[in-house]
Write a protein that binds this ligand. Sequence first.
Ligand SMILES: Nc1ncnc2c1ncn2[C@@H]1O[C@H](COP(=O)(O)OP(=O)(O)OP(=O)(O)O)[C@@H](O)[C@H]1O
Length: 617
Amino acid sequence: MDDPEAGTASSPVTAAELTEPPRIELRRLPALAAGAVRLARTAAPREFLLVAVLQALGGLGLVLPILGGRELLSRMLDTGSGTGQADVLWQAAVVLGLLGLIGLATAVAAARDDVLSELINRYAMGRILDVACTVDLEEFERPEFHNRLERASMSARIRPHQLTQGLGALSGALMGTAGVALALAAIEPLLVPATLLAGVPLWLAGLRSGQVLFDALFRLTPAERERSYLLELLTDRRSAKEVRAFGLGGYLRGRWERRTDERLAEIRRTARRRLRITLVARFVSGIALAAVLVPLVAYAARGGMPLADAGAAATAVLLLASRLRTAAAGTDQLFEAAPFVQDLREFLKERERPPALAAPAPAGFRRLTVEGLTFTYPSADRPALRGVDLEIGTGQVIALVGENGSGKTTLAKLLSHLYRPQGGRISYDGVDVAGADPDELRGSIAVLFQDFQRYLLPAADNVAMGRWERIDDQGAIEEAAAAAGADGFLDALPRGYRTLLGPEFAGGVDLSGGQWQRIALARAFFRDAPFVILDEPTATLDARAEYELFERLRTLLAGRTVLLISHRFSTVRTADHIYVLDGGRVAEHGTHDDLMAAGGRYAELFALQAAGYLDTV
Ligand SMILES: Nc1ncnc2c1ncn2[C@@H]1O[C@H](COP(=O)(O)OP(=O)(O)OP(=O)(O)O)[C@@H](O)[C@H]1O
């Protein structure tokens, strides 16, 4: 596909560089306008051409009355005969007909413009999704990335289209301006540049006013995101029950109202600033116009030129000034959209790693080795993992245990290649996989997260999301569901596997927490990967289901390598090897018997849990 951003990229602007609103530079305007036109042309080639041609025809509507009218008038004054009058009538009919056609073109252009706007929005949003789906997961931990994503999404809705609209309006207005300027030049050439000067304050004001609006919306972005988040809390089904149970409606609503008031106050301040800029510009422009008209009238009054000529010149000056104001309306749109489009383009440059640099990933391993693995979350001041060493042999079941916050899930995320290690290495059979394509590496891994996703899609699709390429393999879907113990309740659903899950959509049904977890487990089985990572896979399962699952786990996942994270020591004791994490480090490791004999942290936690069960008996 033709890439409208091609050839424009400099080094990507990093998140840190964009904490202040970028300045719009006049010299970048032509490139921005060209970029927006390319974007519009790529997004909607036919619509763009049609609207551009129709808008240009509409622009003729500004010139035609002047040129046609003048010609018509001189013909009327010249003709005395009947034939001449017929000519004039015929010519008048042509001018009127053309004006009618131009009116039609303008109306059609406006209607097609709505479609063009949607198409540009869809294309720009597609480009934003390209970035959102490919950036490192780590980016989602950075508030600045979310601010930029929010701004880009808001800008994509209207700004590229606004920029092309501004260009269209400007080119139409410039045609009109040129027509009047020619007429004025015929009377008195000096008056043309003098009148054009009156337009300069209007253009400068448009530039400043556009930047003021962008600065305000840029600074409002974090608060705007908070407002959206509060709105979601107040309107989403998942939060609705807790909001009611804790009586949070009024409190959260109050927070939303305060943020909204702050936004309104900022919008009011910005509107006042922009109005001041416009009024000052119009005043200065008016003075500049008076500086042209007053000497003209005075000169004519002193007899320097015939009064009729002076009257015609003054009329042309006023007409030119009015065309300049129309042109300024176009530049206002252009300047208002430009900083947003510039910001959007910077975001779109934020493409992830160039795929060509990634080495082919090994399909699996016989031995996975982790050495000195270190990782700190972008928003954290302490590492979540510090120098972790670990070894996993193919076909083994390895367990990770440790208290809350000890780093188990973080290690699982690094082993699934969702984050890149900041120190240390992960090797497959002695080869560091840091340079390999993470997408490819993830292709041979199935992960079941603690906070797995509940897709509001048909039940079968929920399982098939594990390997969407095989979404039509109903047999394999049912097999995976049976392995996870989900077949019973899925068969009993109103439309079986085709039942929509989630009651938010018509015909959808909800499941219990444990049933959702079995579906997530089925998804991991359906992925059919050689390395399976299960983070608390039975947290919401009943005791019998959990027991049965672990009894069958070795059979179900025979030949696969399993990394199991669990707080339930009864389930991890059968693992081939157990790693105990503490404060981001491996505190100890070994088999259940080794660790019990060592009498360390594992033995202590195991005894604590066992005592809890005994107390309740
Ligand atoms: N996205 C994040 N941003 C910042 N810090 C994080 C993030 N996720 C986890 N942490 C921190 O990293 C540390 C390790 O967290 P991790 O989720 O790996 O622990 P865990 O052992 O899986 O805990 P649990 O048993 O509660 O699931 C904790 O101190 C946690 O606060």
